[in-house]
Write a protein that binds this ligand. Structure first.
Ligand code: NCD
Length: 355
């Protein structure tokens, strides 16, 4: 593990070690208070964020390290037309590790090709959000004591929600996972992604029209907000906006030990009345985000010290660009890299099918 780009890059052993380390940090914070003394984390946030950026900052400070960076692309040289590749080249000479959030899919992969420090993907468009997934896995593990044999309801914006794609991707490596899809109308999982998932051995899926139909079966209910920033027009957003609101009435239908997760921010998809239900785990989940990021920073910095190289991925480079308009290949000086999976060809940056 040299970078953290996609949750599918981790083996289950690596995830287990990250979770165990995070749990030890929670129990013994003093033991780690100087672990990153003299090290600097750069946070490059080209998109808004509260939890992710502040939990990275809080994580590095709790490890005794320092933080530099920006939270508004307009205050960086991007406003002058600088590419991400150049920004990363420069910032990697000022820092030991970098966390990047960017609206283009595949941005973190590009950063890992141009920087010479570990890169952490803090969200790239609708594509991936691995540190949120690690937060989700730590929370499920702490709350339910397992990552296998789970029925997980995914509710809301399943089309644009990067946390949803990342969570499903990561769960492919665990045993006996059943997803119940409860999408808002028009915000279903991308059909190509769904077709590929159906070939995955450990996952099974069902779809229901309402939360009421799913509640009694769920171990985890994963709520999401409609991703307003990914819509091309306000009208499209208003038409698709999820009308589902989780209420205390629906919570009465759920198992006693079911947990409700939400990557946050919440808009109106969970009634505030639900917050006092002990099964509402989303604020505990946000708190866990700091500890799993401490664990990840420590692990990646150790990997660099040991000079462990990432395995060579059999990617194939070409001079083409990806047809996905929000793929980073269309705005950065990189050629398309593709890979084959189950006899189909995919873009290595955004994982879209190349036709
Ligand atoms: C999520 C994100 O940015 O994708 N938030 C987060 O990182 N905690 C979910 C969202 O914004 O809806």
């Amino acid at each position: 593990m040299k970078h953290c780009i996609n949750p599918t890059d981790f083996t289950t052993d690596e995830i287990k070690n990250l979770i165990m380390l995070a749990e030890d940090i929670i129990d013994n914070p003093q033991k780690y208070a100087e672990s990153c003394k003299g090290k600097q984390l750069a946070t490059l946030f080209f998109e808004p964020s509260t939890r992710t950026r502040l939990s990275f900052t809080s994580a590095m400070l709790a490890l005794g390290g320092q933080v530099i960076g920006f939270d508004d692309a307009q205050s960086s040289s991007v406003a002058k037309g600088e590419t991400l590749a150049d920004t990363v080249r420069v910032v990697s000479s000022y820092s030991d590790i970098m966390a990047i959030r960017h609206p283009k899919e595949g941005a973190a992969l590009v950063a890992s090709m141009f920087g010479d420090v570990p890169i952490i993907n803090a969200g790239d468009g609708s594509h991936s959000h691995p540190t949120q997934t690690l937060t989700d896995l730590l929370t499920i593990h702490k709350e339910l004591g397992r990552l296998d044999n789970l029925t997980i309801g995914l509710c809301g914006d399943l089309k644009y929600g990067r946390t949803v794609y990342s969570l499903i991707g990561a769960m492919q490596k665990y045993q006996n996972i059943h997803f119940v899809l409860i999408p808002a109308k028009g915000l279903e999982l991308s059909s190509e992604f769904f077709e590929d998932l159906k070939m995955s051995e450990n996952l099974s899926f069902s779809s229901v029209d309402s939360l009421e139909d799913a509640m009694e079966y769920l171990d985890v209910l994963y709520m999401t907000r409609t991703q307003r920033e990914r819509f091309t027009s306000a009208t499209e957003y208003d038409e698709c906006k999820s009308k589902v609101i989780l209420s205390t009435e629906q919570m009465k239908l759920a198992k006693e030990n079911m947990i409700v997760l939400h990557p946050l921010p919440r808009v109106d998809e969970i009634s505030p009345d639900v917050d006092s239900d002990p099964r509402a785990a989303y604020f505990r989940q946000a708190g866990n985000g700091k500890y799993i990021r401490m664990s990840l920073i420590l692990t990646l910095l150790k990997t660099v010290e040991k000079k462990i190289q990432a395995p060579n991925v059999p990617y194939k480079a070409s001079s083409q660009k990806c047809l996905n308009g929000v793929c980073i290949t269309n705005s950065e000086p990189v050629s398309l890299l593709s890979y084959f999976s189950k006899q189909r060809c995919y873009c290595a940056y955004c994982d879209d099918l190349i036709k």
